[in-house]
Design a protein. Structure first.
Length: 626
């Protein structure tokens, strides 16, 4: 069990349910760390019992006491690039040279701009083992200008109710909610109040709800505005501060829109709290807007301090019921994938474990690649397909054959063939036979569950890898382009007579231009073309992509690629394009129906397509009009 210590000398009780304390709590509860917090501050920390399962908070009174904790700490967590944190890092490394330092930077763009990239920074960074930032905007700045590669660990939410139920749009009210320090200059709450009062006639059924401690001047300011618009008085509610997380969650659940008009921000806790409860996000164009909304798919932004711009956005959004409903469900899915603190801490746990194992892991270790070979009633081709795998130059391959109840399937025959022709590059193989025909999507999921690889590559039983270096090329692309969770490449179509005679290749140049960009742009392109332009043969995943986005949606039966690509790109997964032929694609027609009834197959495919349109595409067509 690792000893994990978060050091924050002036801990305030209000921080107990925020990110800085949730991290040690979740690592303790879900990942078996021996977590504690140490602080000099003597505050009422009774909420640690209510919300954090009695997470130990040790109040110290001297540096000597701090030293005693540091000596026995395996991982020291600090927040912010402050001088006092740099001092404690240097002390910790002297007391415990083998200990790990995790710095959660909590930067905003202004703070980051004040830090000089010099020798002193370089020396300090050399003492930090794990260094995380909360937005991709800041990550790109640091990784392109600093002598250090930061990791992305964004802000998150934790559902203290434990029910994890989907918030239903039908239960929401016409409420615009904001949560924060009302009246603080950075929060610009007055901008929101003025914008709302100016449009009350255009959104007549809507209410503005403001939660948080409020400065007196803002109350007076609001009263003066209401004097000129008395009809808005009953539609603005100052709720006051709410410390009870269950009560606050109810307010998020009831609101359709969450608005944050801030002048500057780090990455506010309220963003993922609102998103996880199905709120449409309206925000000033702060640096983390793209992270929380997937580049505007789940929200709208406006220029800082621009009341007219905010007013127009609110009028447009509040009068678009279809958009609000679609986003309500879409942003909950997106939040669960990217902002759930349990999943975030799993990433942190992996970072910690990889650092601890760095000294024992050989740099020459070759990652395992699982080939997911899906077969069904085309056994006359499968050995030719296996040959293209067995001949690969890549030295660490796992073959997963998942057969979907083919006639005359022989597991023994395939085992013998692999064993007789293995030149040493096949580290493992699994041959699985479905006792009944499950059809495409479930069969893919079966293969994924059986696999162990760091990378997974899809291949059908009648297709062939293009060259002996195909797998090496795929792995090389992933290693050089870690921002992509999935890759596709070119395929060349042949017919039975000659695998070297190609009739066409795919995708075409127009479609390839849409693949390597942002996930949201790729998603829009699929919506625009009303179909997939990604070749499925040769598709590859990182294992972490499967862990993050899950298995294929078994609501679908035969149609696996289009719904999957829509779900991935909608939720922020970038798809990389390998500009070379990866697979020789054999054209033999459809062989997915166990009775060979093409009418039945076509009916299932049409049902799958109709579901794709209604579930994955039609709810988001508003994007093409923005």
């Amino acid at each position: 069990m690792l000893n994990f210590t978060f050091y924050w000398p002036n801990l305030d009780s209000s921080a107990l349910t925020k990110d800085i304390c949730l991290i040690p709590f979740i690592l303790r509860k879900y990942f078996k760390y021996n977590s504690k917090i140490i602080t000099f501050e003597k505050n009422d920390f009774s909420d640690a019992k209510k919300y954090l399962d009695n997470l130990p908070i040790e109040i110290v009174s001297s540096d000597e006491e701090v030293n005693d904790y540091l000596i026995n700490t395996d991982v020291l967590m600090l927040v912010g690039y402050y001088n006092f944190n740099i001092s404690i890092i240097k002390k910790y490394k002297k007391l415990n040279p083998n200990g790990l330092v995790y710095l959660k930077t909590d930067f905003n763009p202004y703070w980051l701009s004040t830090i000089n990239v010099d020798e002193n920074l370089k020396n300090n960074l050399s003492l930090i083992d794990i260094f995380t930032v909360e937005s991709y905007h800041l990550l790109n700045i640091i990784n392109s200008t600093w002598p250090y590669k930061a990791s992305y660990l964004t802000q998150g939410y934790y559902d203290f109710t434990g029910n994890n139920n989907i918030v239903k749009y039908e239960d929401k009210k016409n409420t615009i909610l904001t949560v924060g320090r009302l009246g603080d200059y950075s929060k610009a709450t007055e901008i929101l109040i003025q914008a709302f009062i100016s449009i009350t006639d255009k959104i007549p059924d809507w209410k503005l709800q403001l939660v948080g401690p409020c400065e007196d001047w803002l109350i007076n300011y609001t009263e003066n505005l209401l004097a000129t618009c008395p009809q808005a008085r009953d539609r603005i509610e100052f709720v006051g501060p709410i410390s009870d997380k269950y009560e606050l969650k109810k307010l998020y659940e009831n609101a359709k829109v969450f608005c944050l008009p801030s002048r500057f921000e780090g990455f506010p806790n309220v963003f993922p709290e609102a998103a996880s409860n199905g709120c449409y996000i309206v925000s000033s164009n702060v640096h983390c807007f793209n992270d929380i909304t997937n580049f505007g798919l789940f929200g709208s932004n406006f220029q800082i301090d621009n009341i007219e711009n905010l007013s127009n956005v609110l009028v447009k959004v509040c009068n678009d019921e279809n958009r609000l409903k679609s986003v309500c469900y879409g942003i909950q899915e997106y939040s669960n994938i990217h902002f759930n603190w349990i999943k975030q801490c799993k990433k942190l746990d992996s970072l910690i474990k990889s650092k601890l194992n760095a000294n024992t892991t050989k740099k020459t270790d070759v990652k395992l690649v699982s080939i997911l070979l899906l077969s069904y009633n085309r056994l006359q081709y499968i050995k030719q397909c296996l040959d293209s795998i067995l001949n690969q130059s890549y030295p660490n391959i796992e073959i997963i054959i998942s057969d979907d109840h083919s006639d005359n399937f022989s597991k023994t025959d395939l085992e013998n063939y692999i064993n007789q022709n293995n030149t040493g590059n096949i580290s493992n193989y699994v041959i699985h036979y479905n006792e009944k025909n499950l059809k495409t999507v479930k069969n893919i999921n079966n293969a994924i569950k059986l696999s162990h690889g760091d990378y997974l590559v899809y291949l059908s039983d009648d297709d062939l890898f293009y060259s002996e270096n195909t797998i090496s090329d795929i792995v090389k692309f992933h290693e050089n382009n870690p921002e992509y969770g999935v890759t596709v490449g070119r395929i060349a179509c042949f017919k039975d007579e000659d695998p070297n005679k190609f009739y066409w290749t795919s995708p075409n140049p127009l479609h390839t231009s849409f693949i390597n960009g942002l996930a949201i742009d790729c998603f829009k392109s699929i919506l625009r073309f009303r179909g997939s332009f990604f070749p499925a043969p040769g598709l590859s995943y990182k294992r972490s992509t499967i862990d993050t986005y899950g298995l294929y949606d078994e609501s679908y039966v035969l149609l696996e690629d289009l719904p999957r690509f829509l779900q991935l790109t909608r939720n922020g997964c970038r798809i990389g394009f390998i500009d070379s032929i990866l697979v020789r694609y054999r054209y033999v027609g459809n062989s997915t129906n166990p009775e060979g009834n093409s009418n039945t197959t076509n009916t299932i495919l049409q049902d799958d397509m109709n579901l794709t349109l209604s579930k994955e595409m039609d709810p988001y067509m508003f994007l093409l009009n923005d």
